[in-house]
Design a protein around this ligand. Structure first.
Ligand SMILES: [Zn+2]
Length: 180
């Protein structure tokens, strides 16, 4: 592809990559670039400094993608992605698994391990999970309406739940600032 078909832009989790042209299903989008370091060393960086741009190639080698020139580091996770990562001739590449239209955010699935470690604790912000939580809230509101007798107890529960949410969103905000 002669010109890169994407730009860095604002997403609901900070920054993200957005298509600037139609990207056909199966097309190469971007290479995940970085310095090759031993996986053992990368795991230490993750534990000690909270490095989040380590892309494991295999049990031996990992790419440190923290450089700003690595545009692929701006790709956000989604549980319903339109891209996927693949290892081709020793390089990590991202390709489209759906037709991606201009202004669509480009995403891929970061994988179970990363999800459990970094995304789950702050609640996944991908459209699929946001929609799932909205549905769950709606269902629980409807269930409450069906049981007016227990109204007071349920309102107490809801207040506690909201109290829990504010520190989480400020953590998310700090992380977004960090990416600028
Ligand atoms: Zn999700």
């Amino acid at each position: 592809m002669p010109r890169k078909p994407f730009r860095v832009g604002r997403s609901n989790t900070g920054l993200g990559l957005f298509a600037t042209a139609l990207i056909e299903k199966g097309a190469f989008i971007v290479e995940y670039k970085g310095r090759r370091i031993p996986t053992r060393e990368a795991q230490e960086c993750e534990t000690r400094y909270g490095s989040k741009y380590m892309f494991e190639i295999n049990s031996r080698w990992t790419l440190d993608g923290s450089s700003r020139s690595n545009l692929a580091r701006y790709l956000n996770h989604s549980c319903r992605p339109n891209g996927e990562s693949d290892l081709v001739q020793g390089k990590i590449i991202i390709r489209a698994i759906k037709t991606i239209r201009p202004d669509d955010e480009i995403t891929f699935d970061y994988g179970r391990e990363y999800f459990d470690l970094y995304i789950k604790p702050i609640a996944c912000k991908c459209p699929k999970c946001v929609e799932a939580r909205r549905k769950a809230r709606r269902a629980s509101r409807q269930a409450q309406r069906a049981r007016p007798g227990s109204k007071t107890a349920i309102e107490g529960t809801r207040r506690t739940h909201q109290g829990e949410e504010s520190p989480r969103s400020s953590i998310q905000h700090l992380q977004s600032e960090d990416w600028d």
